[in-house]
Design a protein around this ligand. Structure first.
Ligand SMILES: [Zn+2]
Length: 307
């Protein structure tokens, strides 16, 4: 009788322990970190392919920054736009992405014309760059459910709007990708609208400083146009000041937009065992995760034991 009681007590303890263990397991969330275990990522994205991109890209290269450039292939080789011949060399090491062939307002078009604008742009930019072009930004930032449905299945993996979030979140729907903020707010964007310039500039730098201080996962997505700064030494000096602020920071993952999309997809495709003690990474990208306060590197094409 006494012995049975002791056995019951041991079994009871085991049940308690196993219940605790299960509670612990279910509370371990798998957190994505950026490459090298970093928590901050920066995307710089510019539209239109204006000749001022020559100055802009040179400045970015000087500061070791990466850019995503959205181009209208039918506008290239016309007044104020880059030539087709220089695309490959100017944007070397950066990402060339679509912005439609002719820059129409997509929400005004028939489905067949939306499809034409996107595919035609992809096809020509791919010929010019020599790699698959897999993303875009919406002309004028305009989109709706009709446009998103029309571009689904055209090989477009992300599409950016101009709806600034003023935060550092990663969008859940890559085809409705709202950026953090326009470079310098709208300071240089609307000609002659000087009333709010200093306020917008201050707000932009506040956000930049907030980002630099962040410790949790944060994406700072800044977009703009090189033509906004062209013809003004002061404006280019401002661009350089910003580049200097965000460059060469060991805590920041510098990436093109498609680079971040590929990384997030690699994270989402990790195959975990039910108890989360094993994980397989089928992608060609090393993925960094945090579990229970510990950082793990899941090497490309490997299965790893987690403990
Ligand atoms: Zn544009």
């Amino acid at each position: 009788m006494k012995r049975n009681l002791r056995v019951s007590a041991i079994v009871f303890m085991m049940i308690i322990n196993s219940a605790n263990a299960q509670t612990n397991v279910s509370s371990i969330f798998i957190e994505m970190l950026f490459p090298q275990g970093k928590s901050k990522a920066l995307i710089l994205s510019f539209d239109d392919g204006n000749v001022a991109d020559r100055t802009l890209v040179k400045l970015m290269n000087d500061y070791g920054l990466l850019g995503t450039f959205h181009l209208n292939s039918n506008k290239l080789c016309t007044k104020d736009y880059l030539t087709k011949e220089e695309i490959k060399t100017i944007y070397k090491g950066h990402e060339v992405s679509a912005h439609t062939a002719n820059h129409p307002n997509l929400t005004d078009l028939l489905k067949i014309d939306v499809i034409y604008e996107v595919l035609e742009d992809r096809k020509e930019l791919e010929r010019l760059t020599g790699y698959p072009v897999r993303g875009m930004s919406y002309p004028f930032g305009n989109t709706n459910d009709f446009v998103i449905k029309a571009i689904s299945g055209l090989g477009i993996e992300y599409a950016r709007t101009v709806g600034d979030t003023n935060n550092f979140s990663i969008p859940s729907d890559f085809l409705k990708w709202n950026p953090t903020i326009h470079l310098f707010g709208k300071t240089n964007y609307i000609p002659n609208d000087t009333a709010n310039d200093s306020r917008e500039l201050a707000q932009f730098y506040q956000l930049t400083n907030d980002f630099l201080k962040m410790n949790s996962i944060a994406l700072f997505y800044v977009w703009g146009h090189s033509w906004e700064y062209d013809g003004s030494v002061n404006k280019w000096a401002e661009v350089e000041k910003f580049f200097k602020m965000v460059s060469k920071n060991p805590d920041i993952y510098y990436t093109t937009q498609i680079g971040l999309v590929d990384y997030i997809n690699a994270f989402k495709n990790l195959k975990f065992s039910v108890d989360k003690t094993m994980v397989t990474n089928l992608s060609s990208i090393n993925v960094f995760v945090k579990m229970n306060g510990k950082v793990y590197t899941i090497e490309a094409g490997s299965t790893k034991q987690l403990n």
